[in-house]
Each structure stands twice: as structure tokens, then as C-alpha cells.
Ligand binder design. Structure first.
Ligand code: FAD
Length: 351
């Protein structure tokens, strides 16, 4: 027997909680199903030195500002974000059920059936907010390496790499932050597909949100695409990255062509012997639970208008990336997107 609920939110990371805040405000009854046993979403998995790229005052969900991390306004740790999200869901008494991993969402007459390992729900609307952390991406490179390989998602800190030689692959924020972190303990080879592109030092999460919002407005008004944040650069120069760069420790080499047992081999035949390779090569949206809906996908994303799936109007997608709203995958950006989704759902339900 399935429980009936007007709306079911899948995922209780920042995006799912923001959805809960706005659904409550809009007068819609809902439950939130989350696969983890503890609050905090992907922030529970970050490495020891991971820092937000903005101070707390620019990293808040709707309704409740994130408390300052330190009196000097320093950049919060992942642990600080977990505490904030745990407090957020408690303070707003959000109906989170966990652990409840959703295996599939399928059509069920005029409703959607949500099948989880904690039971089934029959919903008029589903908001999918399952993030990307759970689907690490590693590019296919020819050859086989004999040492240890891991992805950003498995990196916990420099201690286990002390005294070793490590290749860090990736020219984004994770690659730069992990390479910077490791320089204190290991011999680091940083490899990027193109020369690292740092954002100007004064740009933080707040500025990125503004740029993403302006881009969306421009595109909506039919203006040319200036590529938004991607047009400015790839790496936010957080203090640890600035420091390592300032000491000349972040010199990137171009991408290698293949791997052999000892390590990477470049197209010109140069090779390096290393102990480990850390792939900081990004994530993909965790959408496998939506497979039964057979939705049209573009670049691995589901086609959307705002947050609503084009081919399934009972489904909204939140977080994931700019394709569900400007900076929707950030703490500061998900609020406005969640509000828009909740409004649409409330209007359709006549709430
Ligand atoms: P998540 O936090 O991943 O939450 C999704 C939740 O859904 C999880 O609890 C998960 O267990 C659950 N779930 C997944 N699948 C299922 C399922 N099938 N059934 C039920 N539950 C499920 N953003 C910023 O604003 N500032 C930053 O400084 C910043 N730094 C970042 C640094 C790194 C290295 C990364 C990777 C991202 C960073 N981000 C930053 C981006 C963003 O804030 C995070 O990725 C954020 O965790 C996304 O939140 P979310 O709620 O969309 O997803």
C-alpha cells in the first residue's frame, strides 16, 4: 500500500530542505525522503580542509542565515555546513524520513509512484533533489595503472598521502583545492586539460550567484550567451589555493595521454612514476531513480522549463546545476529556484 502525499521531495541536502521550506510556506503537504542516516547531504562527505568559497553570510538557505563560522568572517568548513543543515531541518520541523533510498519513480495513473526502501508514496508532484556527489565521473584513459586511484568523492585529507608522489587530475575547484591541500604532505603533480583559469581573487560565491542570475536574465531576454561563470574562470581563489599558488606550488602540467603500471605517460613519451592518482574530474546528476519515467535527456540532464521536466510536468528538479536555475547547485542559489518550484506546485494543487 502506498501512502498518499501531495508532494514528495527526494533528497534532504540543501536543495531538498529549501524545497521543504517553500512548500511549507506555500501550504503544500509533503514528505522528504533521504538515503542517508544523518542530515547534511553531500557536505558530510567533504575532506578535512574543504572550505566554502564564500563566507557564511553569503551561504544561507531561505529563512535562516548561516551563523558566522568565526568572528573574523572566515570561510566555513564542511562540518559547519552540516551543523547548519541539521539545525535548519530541526528548526523548521521539516518532515524528513531517513534512511529512505528511492529506487524508482514511475507513472501511477494521474500520480507518480515513489518506491523507496522505507515504503512507497503516491504523489501528485515529485521534487528530485538528489545532487551529484553520488555519481562521481572519471574519464576513460587508455592503459592500466598499478597504484591507487580515487576520485574527489573518496578524498579525506592529506595524512594518508604523506611522503608519497600523487597526481591530481582536474582544473576545477576540487582539483585546485586538493592539490593545494596535498602540497604540505606529498609530492604533487597537478595535471589539467587546459591551463588553470583562476577567477579574480575578489570573486566569491555571492558574486558567482549574481553572474549566474544575470546570465539567466540575458538568455531569457534573447541576448547573446556570455557563458556566465564559466566565462570568468574555473577556480575560485579561496585562501588555501591563493597561498599555495603564491608559493609557486600550483604549477599545472598538461593532460597525459595514457597510463601504464608506474603512472601517467604524455603524448611526447615523457612519463612519471607515482603512488596514487586522484581524479578531480567532476560529478554527474544522480538521476537513476527517474529511469522508469523515460525522460528526454540532453547532455545527461533532463530537459526542463525552469525546474519542471518538459516531458513530465509532475516532476521538478532542484540543485544539480544551472540547468535547473541560476546557481541552483549552491547554498545561496537554490533558494530562489526552490521558491519557484514550490509556487508552481502550489498553484497546480490550488493550495
Ligand atoms: P546533496 O548535498 O548531494 O544532497 C542530496 C541528498 O539526496 C543526499 O542527502 C543524498 O543522500 C540524497 N539522495 C541521493 N540519492 C537519493 C535517492 N535515490 N533516494 C533518496 N535520497 C537520495 N556550493 C556552495 O554554495 N559553496 C561552496 O563553497 C561549494 N563548494 C563545493 C565544493 C565541492 C568539492 C563540491 C563537490 C560542491 C561544492 N558546492 C558548493 C556545490 C553544492 O553546494 C554541493 O554540491 C551541494 O551538496 C549540493 O546540494 P544538493 O542538496 O543539491 O545535493
Amino acid at each position: 500500500m502506498a501512502e498518499h502525499s501531495p508532494a514528495v521531495v527526494i533528497g534532504a541536502g540543501q536543495a531538498g530542505l529549501a524545497a521543504g521550506f517553500h512548500l511549507r510556506r506555500a501550504g503544500v503537504d509533503f514528505v522528504i525522503l533521504d538515503a542517508q542516516t544523518e542530515p547534511g547531504g553531500a557536505w558530510t562527505r567533504g575532506w578535512d580542509s574543504l572550505r566554502l568559497f564564500s563566507p557564511a553570510r553569503h551561504s544561507s538557505l531561505p529563512g535562516r542565515p548561516m551563523p558566522p563560522f568565526r568572528a573574523d568572517g572566515g570561510y566555513p568548513t564542511a562540518g559547519h555546513v552540516v551543523d547548519y543543515l541539521a539545525d535548519y531541518e530541526k528548526r523548521y520541523d521539516l518532515p524528513v524520513i531517513r534512511p529512505a533510498r528511492v529506487h524508482e519513480v514511475r507513472p501511477d495513473g494521474d500520480r507518480l509512484r515513489v518506491v523507496s526502501d522505507a515504503g512507497e508514496w503516491s504523489a501528485r508532484f515529485v521534487v528530485s533533489a538528489t545532487g551529484t556527489w553520488w555519481r562521481p565521473f572519471v574519464p576513460a584513459i587508455p592503459g592500466a595503472f598499478g597504484g591507487r586511484q580515487l576520485h574527489t568523492a573518496g578524498y579525506r585529507g592529506q595524512a594518508e598521502f604523506a611522503g608519497t608522489r600523487v597526481v591530481v587530475v582536474g582544473g576545477g575547484n576540487s582539483g585546485a583545492q586538493i592539490a593545494a591541500d596535498l602540497t604540505a604532505a606529498a609530492d604533487v603533480l597537478w595535471v589539467t586539460r587546459r591551463p588553470p583559469r583562476y577567477l579574480p581573487d575578489h570573486i566569491d560565491g555571492r558574486a558567482l550567484f549574481d553572474v549566474a542570475t544575470r546570465r539567466k536574465q540575458a538568455l531569457d531576454e534573447g541576448e547573446a550567451d556570455d557563458a556566465g561563470v564559466a566565462g570568468l574562470g574555473d577556480i575560485v581563489a579561496v585562501p588555501a589555493v591563493r597561498q599555495a599558488r603564491g608559493h609557486g606550488l600550483l604549477t599545472a602540467r598538461p593532460m597525459f595521454a595514457r597510463l601504464d603500471q608506474a603512472g601517467p605517460v604524455w603524448a611526447d613519451g615523457t612519463q612519471e612514476a607515482v603512488d596514487a592518482i586522484i581524479w578531480c574530474t567532476g560529478f554527474r546528476p544522480a538521476l537513476s531513480h527517474l529511469t522508469p519515467l523515460r525522460l528526454r535527456t540532453e547532455n545527461g540532464h533532463i530537459a526542463t522549463v525552469g525546474t519542471r521536466a518538459v516531458d513530465e510536468p509532475r516532476l521538478h528538479l532542484l540543485g544539480y546545476g544551472d540547468w535547473t536555475g541560476p546557481a541552483s547547485a549552491t547554498l545561496i542559489g537554490v533558494g530562489p529556484t526552490a521558491r519557484a518550484a514550490a509556487r508552481e506546485i502550489a498553484d497546480a494543487l490550488g493550495a
